[in-house]
Write a protein that binds this ligand. Structure first.
Ligand SMILES: Nc1ncnc2c1ncn2[C@@H]1O[C@H](COP(=O)(O)OP(=O)(O)OP(=O)(O)O)[C@@H](O)[C@H]1O
Ligand SMILES: [Mg+2]
Length: 232
């Protein structure tokens, strides 16, 4: 059965081992993100924001606790199963875009569909073009990343994140490499996708102006959630 929660963390801790030293990334965190939510995660450098995103995104595994993605407890998945879940249910947006420089915008958006073994090649093309139009970049489909502005690159990354119609999109500092006006327009695009298409976002940011554009602000400090503010 479909879950109401896109993501649920139950008593999740992450301890990194550095030689003989243990570094705590996350301490006993429990939180859920419902489908359709538009959340920002804020907190000082080193507080555990990226750690939390990497765990939710299945890029890393918790030391203890359970992470449910669309109702599935990921603790019990093999590495291969976790990879499949990540490819089909999670979209990622990064600070430095992480587009493949040798591929054009359309091919970058098609890639996650190919990796997930989804859709025929024709459908992948059609979907990629549809998604690029959705982010206002239909006219840049043949451009490679170095032939686009920072804001355009991030919009391609947003289209790519939506390629497999994910349960949740994770964005770690998506405006960190953009000027404030461009950053604002990128977050406005995410707002629109949330409002009009129900896309669920978690956005990590240092920028309070960006956080203010979201409906829920989660504050992380020293590996713990210290506030969780639902607004509007
Ligand atoms: N792979 C790793 N190995 C060891 N320690 C790590 C690793 N990743 C993160 N840490 C440590 O875990 C803590 C949380 O790091 P994290 O990257 O989650 O912080 P952050 O909130 O994303 O910070 P920033 O705002 O600077 O990106 C920090 O003390 C960090 O040094
Ligand atoms: Mg970080």
């Amino acid at each position: 059965m479909a879950s109401r929660d896109a993501v649920k963390l139950v008593k999740v801790s992450k301890v990194y081992k550095m030689g003989r030293v243990y570094v705590v990334g996350l301490r006993n965190v429990s939180i859920s993100f419902a489908k359709g939510e538009f959340t920002s995660v804020v907190g000082p450098s080193g507080s555990g924001k990226t750690t939390m995103m990497n765990l939710i995104g299945g890029l890393d595994r918790p030391t203890t606790g359970h992470i449910y993605i669309d109702g599935v407890d990921t603790v019990y998945l093999s590495d291969d199963e976790l990879t499949v879940l990540r490819r089909t249910k999670i979209g990622f947006i990064f600070q430095f875009f992480n587009l493949i420089p040798t591929l054009n915008a359309m091919e970058n958006v098609m890639l996650p569909m190919a990796l997930a073994g989804r859709y025929s090649r024709e459908e992948r093309k059609r979907r990629a073009l549809m998604l690029l139009r959705l982010v206002g970049l239909g006219h840049r489909a043949r451009h490679k990343p170095d032939q686009m502005s920072g804001g355009e690159r991030q919009r391609v990354a947003i289209a790519r994140a939506l390629a497999n119609n994910p349960t949740i999109v994770l964005a770690d500092e998506p405006t960190g490499n953009l000027d404030s006006k461009t950053g604002r327009s990128v977050v406005e695009l995410m707002q629109k996708l949330n409002r009009e298409r129900g896309v669920t976002f978690i956005i990590v940011t240092h920028d309070m102006e960006v956080a203010d554009m979201t409906k829920r602000i989660v504050q992380v400090r020293d590996g713990r959630i210290v506030s969780d503010d639902h607004r509007r």
